[in-house]
Design a protein around this ligand. Structure first.
Ligand code: ADP
Length: 573
């Protein structure tokens, strides 16, 4: 059973009061009784001393009859029993009884004491008068010898009567004190428990989100301080709660107004939060609380979410849901062990991209035949034209070659950019591949007076598409030769951990810092007129990057403008 503070405090006080009053009653009765008996003993002793002077001569003269009459008279007058006893215990006179009928008193404790010359005292039940009595015995001496004993005694029934009256009076007072104390204890307990109860009720209110509750106490102690602190706390919580609610609302508004689908999943994959856009994507009005795979069925999304939850990192992927394509990004939230997903609809972008790609491929295809025809005719003309007009034909030839290059590069790029481009995987010996390619550049290198340095290790063959890797190396070596006027070209091949590393370094014009991040973009050239003059298309490095990625490799470039450029390709071996 739940106990209240009030009942705890009050019952504590009740017990203390009860214990104290019982102790007071017990000890006061005992003390009063003892005190009475002491007083009566002294009185009886004094009485004995007073009677002694009348009795002593009668003992000496052995006037026992007269003595008996004397004690009977005196005893009646002073309501005290007087007994005169001979040292051998024989009762000589008694104020209540006929001494002759009385038994020998030598064995009585008070008599025994008196016979030893002291004042004897005894409290006991009298067999003679059949009542509880207090006895005091004094020795009567003559010439240092005990000639008799005076015993005075009182019925204790008087004391008991007196004590009974006193007991009732004390009981009444104690009862009054107890009632009064209990009343004070009641008020005090209530005074202490009421503020605590008030505080507890207010705390419950705050817990049920009623922050307007305040506690006012009339007391002026620590509890009041507690109440003031409580009120201050409630005020602060209210302000904080309002602030949080506002922020939450603001956040909810932002999330719901997002065009992108937004979703938060806990570590078990349960949907904690989502916005309207996501509900539209999922075609489900109440996805909250469900597991995500119950709401959206997609194997690639399955895979992506599982990876996000397991690997605990941010991921981004294009995922098709029905007719639409979404750029889906997963962000891991470490503090909550949750992941958030954003679905950005890129269907239209993808459609336009495809139209553009198809257009480029179609145009390239359409241009290829006429360009080849033009090139053929130009070459035929070259043999027949006079030297005066040869210059024009050279220009025509150069531009035709450039156009053919662009068309070829565009077709190649479109091919390798296709999502599911197939690689003709075979064992490729990079050292011999580089050797074969270098033959193509021998003349050009010689013409330009460049030095060729090779540091080719015997690396193990790698798995790759030989044709594409060849294209990649041609583009890089072609650039190195194209953009270097003097100095050397250094080609290295070595094994490093799980990779085969190809290095192509030149001492050419270099690439400015601001351009270095963009050289892999399609059609990006640093110096347009120079690139054009050298027959560049701006597509070479895009093709290189795609081929490297298709082989799960990495490409890095370091360059010092005016000094050198180095491309490093790492391919898994
Ligand atoms: P391009 O056909 O113009 O060479 P690329 O895509 O191959 O196109 O290269 C892009 C640009 O990067 C080039 O125009 C050139 O400015 C720069 N570049 C590439 N390789 C080198 C190099 N080895 N040295 C200096 N610049 C280079």
């Amino acid at each position: 059973m739940k106990r209240s503070i009030f009942s705890d405090i009050f019952s504590g006080y009740f017990l203390i009061i009860l214990l104290l009053s019982s102790l007071v009653l017990f000890f006061s009765f005992k003390t009063i009784r003892n005190y009475y008996i002491e007083t009566l003993t002294t009185n009886l002793k004094n009485l004995g001393i007073a009677v002694e002077k009348d009795v002593k001569p009668l003992i000496d003269k052995a006037e026992f009859g007269q003595m008996d009459a004397l004690v009977k008279r005196l005893g009646k007058k002073i309501h005290t029993r007087i007994t005169i006893i001979r040292p051998d215990g024989l009762v000589l006179a008694d104020s209540e009884k006929d001494p002759k009928t009385m038994e020998n008193h030598k064995g009585r404790p008070e008599v025994k004491m008196a016979l030893r010359g002291k004042t004897g005292k005894s409290l006991r039940f009298s067999v003679t008068v059949k009542q509880e009595m207090l006895y005091v015995a004094l020795p009567i001496e003559k010439d240092g010898k005990i000639t008799g004993i005076i015993r005075t005694s009182l019925f204790l029934k008087d004391i008991n009567n007196l004590l009974a009256t006193l007991k009732t009076k004390i009981l009444q007072i104690v009862l009054l004190v107890v009632i009064f104390s209990l009343l004070i204890a009641f008020l005090f307990s209530r005074g202490l428990s009421q503020p605590i109860r008030k505080l507890a009720t207010a705390a419950r209110e705050v817990a049920s989100e009623n922050f307007d509750v305040r506690v006012s106490l009339r007391t002026n102690n620590e509890l009041r301080e507690l109440a003031n602190s409580f009120n201050y706390m409630a005020e602060k919580i209210k302000a904080l709660f309002t602030d949080i609610s506002l922020k939450k609302e603001e956040l909810n508004n932002i999330i719901s107004s997002l065009q992108e689908g937004f979703l938060v999943l806990d570590k078990k994959g349960e949907i904690i939060l989502c916005n309207d856009s996501f509900k539209k994507i999922a075609e489900n009005d109440t996805p909250e609380g469900k597991l995500w795979w119950e709401v959206v069925r997609s194997a690639p999304l399955d895979e992506l979410i599982k990876r996000g939850l397991e690997e605990k990192k941010n991921l981004i992927e294009e995922i098709a849901l029905g007719e639409k394509i979404f750029l889906t990004s997963i962000t891991f939230i470490p503090s909550m062990n949750e992941i958030s997903l954003i679905f950005h609809n890129i269907t239209e972008v993808k459609r336009l991209e495809k139209i553009k790609k198809d257009f480029v491929v179609n145009v390239s295809h359409e241009l290829r035949t006429p360009l080849t025809a033009i090139k053929g005719f130009v070459e035929t003309l070259d043999e027949e034209i006079d030297t005066k007009h040869k210059h024009y034909l050279d220009i025509l030839k150069k531009h035709t070659d450039r156009l053919i290059n662009i068309v070829q590069d565009l077709l190649l790029l479109s091919k390798i950019e296709e999502k599911n481009v197939e690689l003709n995987i075979e064992q490729v010996n990079l050292k011999s591949l580089i050797g074969d390619i270098l033959v193509l550049f021998e003349n050009k290198i010689k013409e330009k007076g460049l030095e060729l340095n090779l540091a080719l290790d015997d690396v193990p063959p790698i798995k790759g598409d030989a044709f594409k890797l060849e294209q990649m190396l041609i583009n890089l070596i072609d650039n190195a030769v194209k953009y270097t006027d003097k100095g050397e070209i250094e080609i290295s091949l070595e094994k490093e951990d799980k990779y085969v590393v190809i290095g192509i370094k030149d001492t050419g014009i270099g690439i400015p810092d601001k351009d270095i991040d963009r050289i892999f973009e399609r059609f990006y050239v640093v110096d347009k007129s120079r690139s054009r003059k050298l027959g560049g298309t701006g597509l070479g490095l895009s093709i290189v990057k795609h081929i490297v990625l298709l082989h799960n490799g990495k490409i890095d470039v370091e360059s010092t403008p005016g000094k050198s450029t180095k491309f490093t390709i790492r391919l898994p071996s």
